[in-house]
Design a protein around this ligand. Structure first.
Ligand code: SF4
Ligand code: SF4
Length: 96
């Protein structure tokens, strides 16, 4: 079993699931229907530092080709990724 971040064990990125919680098997049904705002990644600004990946409480961000990718089926629009990104690469936009 992979260690959780809150456990004080030494671990590297290779110990963390690479995909979203849904793909890792933790989320079983789409739950984004009540989201009013959504995070949108500016691919030109994103450097793939993985901070948003680490802080997303729902584990719905993955990093592909060194860019953050958000699984909108499970993102709840909390905005934490927007707050945590020091490069302002994630903007919150009104849900369409
Ligand atoms: S925190 Fe910002 S720069 Fe880093 S991976 Fe996420 S969107 Fe990209
Ligand atoms: S808005 Fe919240 S749930 Fe959605 S990707 Fe960002 S941190 Fe994760």
């Amino acid at each position: 079993m992979k260690p959780y971040l809150r456990e004080k064990k030494n671990f590297g990125f290779s110990d963390i699931p690479e995909s979203t919680s849904f793909e890792a098997g933790y989320l079983v049904s789409v739950n984004s229907g009540w989201r009013s705002i959504r995070p949108v990644v500016n691919m030109e600004k994103c450097v793939g530092c993985m901070q948003c990946y680490l802080y997303c409480p729902d584990g719905v961000i993955s990093v592909e080709n060194k860019k953050a990718v958000i699984d909108y089926n499970f993102c709840k629009g909390c905005g934490i990724c927007h707050k945590i990104c020091k490069l302002n690469a994630i903007e919150m936009e009104a849900e369409r």
